[in-house]
Design a binder for this molecule. Sequence first.
Ligand code: ZN
Length: 257
Amino acid sequence: MKVHQFFSFSSLRNFEYLLEDESELYAVDPFNGDKIFAEAKKIGKPIKAIINTHEHFDHYCGNEALVKACACEVWAHEKARGKIPGVGRYLKDNEILKTIDGTYVKVLYTPGHTMGHLCLLLQNEGKDLALISGDTLFNAGVGNCHNGGNPEVLYETFRDQIFPLQDDVVLYPGHDYMKNNLLFTLNLEPSNKKAKAQLERIKDFKDGEFITSTIGQEREFNTFFRLDVEEIKSSLGDNTLCEKNVFLKLREKRNHW
Ligand SMILES: [Zn+2]
């Protein structure tokens, strides 16, 4: 399965996606329905369904135009029931969507940013390939919990589902916040050479230019993966903090940063 990643050029810097298998497409979090429909036409395959990662408007605002254009179904997690208009199928935790080309799309229930949030884990022959992570995990950062979320639940999602992912899983998040997030990492951990090198790589990118990262890279430059690093704990002013409390303090600090 191929992942097509598009930058929305919105002020919130949303990414929107088309997942392509041998004969069909899934649209994930369409921001601009007309644009995504045009991209699907270029690829030349029908859109089987829209999948919304969660119930925030900027992740489903393209649904209406896309449904109008191609009459596809809208799918979302069952915990988002009643919060996204027009959903025709609710997905469960660990549900497997089998695609025509034999890859699997596994639905992960990942609450924390909101309580109706899912991620999609793309798998082939038992190997994890990529994570469509919505607003749970960003390049070098994690989602906030301002609008219907809970940071303690977000931590549990990371501990149980995100941290155990294999290093070569490629990350496809809901927004392009990589630059700011790397600056946050370097604010907490100024000696982090991997964060410096990644920032150097992307610092002159214009809107619409972006690169992906892997879970292995996230372990190196995403502060929220580095909960046992002494330099980060020192920056937070308390070297006795447990990993959960480092995560919670980082999330709190990022809210005002
Ligand atoms: Zn959101």
